[in-house]
Write a protein that binds this ligand. Structure first.
Ligand SMILES: Nc1ncnc2c1ncn2[C@@H]1O[C@H](COP(=O)(O)OP(=O)(O)O)[C@@H](O)[C@H]1O
Ligand SMILES: [Mg+2]
Length: 213
């Protein structure tokens, strides 16, 4: 990977974190601030209502703490050391299901060797980015995520039954996610194919085992 690719990956990652914080923590805090304004108002008029609003605000704070913990947890590079490969995937599924209860998520994940440098964490980040796009753009009701070890390759499939990728000739520098995936796959000496039509999108990636370390 050349220096420009590394800079690109860094910027893409920063953009992702900024978006995640904006969509979760910042929005939740705005809501919390409005709730506290209500508390102030009710304190003058109706103490019972003020108490009830305070209880809701407290729940909101707990929710924000949970969200920040998730963000911090996702930033840590050693999540597989902490909770294990399979548990990390289950956690991703749980988080997506909590945020999008109607979305059906099917996981088919092989146990892969997570000790070989950056391969495992890169695969995880690639699939997370794919999922972000699915929930943001696809309107899908079904997602399938698979990571299979076949011979000396790891095959990854990120599938959704959504509306497919529309033509976008917007400035590509505004769209980091797909490029982030492309760059990661390149860094792992892998290959990637996207099939997308009005019935959904399938991203297939093949990565040689032990590559890129
Ligand atoms: N699973 C998907 N289903 C439908 N459209 C998608 C999907 N993934 C990506 N896209 C389209 O591709 C575009 C580029 O995605 P990306 O590079 O991640 O940028 P961003 O998510 O910031 O718009 C998105 O804006 C969206 O139009
Ligand atoms: Mg995206």
């Amino acid at each position: 990977m050349n220096k420009k690719d590394i800079l690109f990956l860094q910027e893409a990652e920063r953009k992702r974190i900024a978006e995640e914080l904006h969509d979760t923590t910042v929005q939740d805090m705005v809501y919390l601030s409005q709730q506290l304004e209500l508390v102030m108002l009710y304190m003058e008029q109706d103490l019972t209502l003020a108490k009830l609003e305070t209880i809701t605000a407290r729940k909101q704070i707990k929710h924000i703490i949970g969200g920040m913990r998730d963000t911090i947890y996702n930033l840590r590079p050693m999540i597989f050391d902490d909770i294990g490969w399979m548990a990390a995937w289950e956690r991703l599924k749980k988080k997506l299901t909590e945020e999008h209860p109607k979305l059906e998520i099917v996981l088919d994940i092989d146990m892969i060797d997570t000790s070989d440098g950056l391969t495992a964490i890169s695969i995880y980040r690639i699939v997370c980015e794919g999922c972000q796009n699915i929930v943001k753009h696809s309107k899908a009701s079904h997602i399938q995520l698979s990571v299979k070890e076949i011979g000396n390759q790891i095959n990854i499939i990120i599938y959704d039954n959504g509306i497919g990728m529309q033509e976008y000739d917007d400035c590509p520098s505004n769209h980091f996610g797909l490029q982030f995936i492309v760059e990661r796959v390149k860094a792992l000496s892998g290959k990637m194919k996207i099939l997308s039509d009005r019935t959904g999108t399938k991203i297939s990636i093949k990565i040689p085992k032990k590559a890129g370390d």
